[in-house]
Write a protein that binds this ligand. Sequence first.
Ligand code: ASP
Length: 444
Amino acid sequence: MGVRVVKFGGSSLADAQQFVKVANIIRADESRRYVVPSAPGKRFNDDIKVTDMLYSCHDLASDNKDISEVFDKIVERYNGIIKDLGVDLSLDAEYAEIKEKLINHASRDFAASRGEYLNGKILAAYLGYEFVDPAEMIIFDNNGVFLLDETVQAMRKRLENIDRAVIPGFYGAMQNGKIKTFSRGGSDVTGSIVARSVNAEIYENWTDVSGFLIADPRIVDNPKVIKVITYKELRELSYMGATVLHEDAIFPVRTVGIPINIKNTNDPDASGTMIVSDDSSEEASKYIITGIAGKKGFASINIEKAMMNSELGFGRKVLEVLEDNGISFEHMPSGIDTMSIVFNASLIDGKEEAVISQIRKRVNPDHIEVEHNIALLAVVGRGMRKTRGIAARIFAALSHARINVKMIDQGSSELNVIIGVGEQDFEEATRKIYEMFVFSEEEE
Ligand code: ASP
């Protein structure tokens, strides 16, 4: 029987009631043998995540201030869960040791990691699974760079004879023994590493939504769930602002093709989103497009010069000026005598005049301007490769809505079309494209 690795996010483990749901999910399928918990997250909107309280303790201790008030709240959260679950467990010795270390200026990473550590202890006791500390197996070098191969080797060895285990998320240790965490949300990465190490048939990532949505629900009303998405598509959408899964959670499983299933702890029967290999035979979405995501806050430098096309080294010189000024660019649409460079607007803050005058000096353009308040929208979908008329449909949707398109860029993989519009048109453009591809196809 295949093995499943299951990771549960903070809101899935925020209180005893959530723990009960988690245990039911795990017990419903015997192959769910390795469990990766986050620290307790928010129970309600204004609640504070345990990880954030631990960071506060660290900051207070660095200022030599008393941590007791905040630390007591953390203890209260865990003891509340233990009591409500009715598990026979006391973490008093652990609390005392952790508090002592925090007061004595333990590192920020150590402080944060205790959220997962303590939650893992409770979950292991509640499930009757063995607790395995990731500090023994997840390895970083002494500069804090994560070492995948060494980790997989160590983890395989450590878990070899352990049938069922709880492995806290978010942290490991450097070769010198010091605790090191991934960046925020990093339990997703731990789950992926465990899945890779035990050759899981699937990595289930349990959270509080039923998967990725085709568009941002703050913009589009009740968008549909993406049923299947490839690693590459996911990267395109995440880069443009879609969040659910930590960006680094893809790479440990990608090369070996273990699928990730995003599932909802509060609605376990929903199929969620399946993230699969780029060459998977899974059908592309029935909507041709897989998702739409976008971001505001871009600017572009627009340059015009007669006969630019035949001037050798023109582009290089312009890009060198940007490089010298630390501006990395996103897109570079060009015409015969025009060239535009689109980049994150914050990168040119305070240097606009200098950059323009340097470009003037280098290439002597007929016209140059900086345009602000640009939003970029990515329409992503592997189904677009095989379908004609995608661009026509996108632009018909936008033109009906009287939205002016400033830029268009189709990636060479034909996996995405990037569209630049004014920031004021961003939401409407997203809605129109969504309607064009999802609603209209629904009716067909
Ligand atoms: N507890 C950590 C955080 O809040 C890691 C995680 O939940 O994945 O960022």
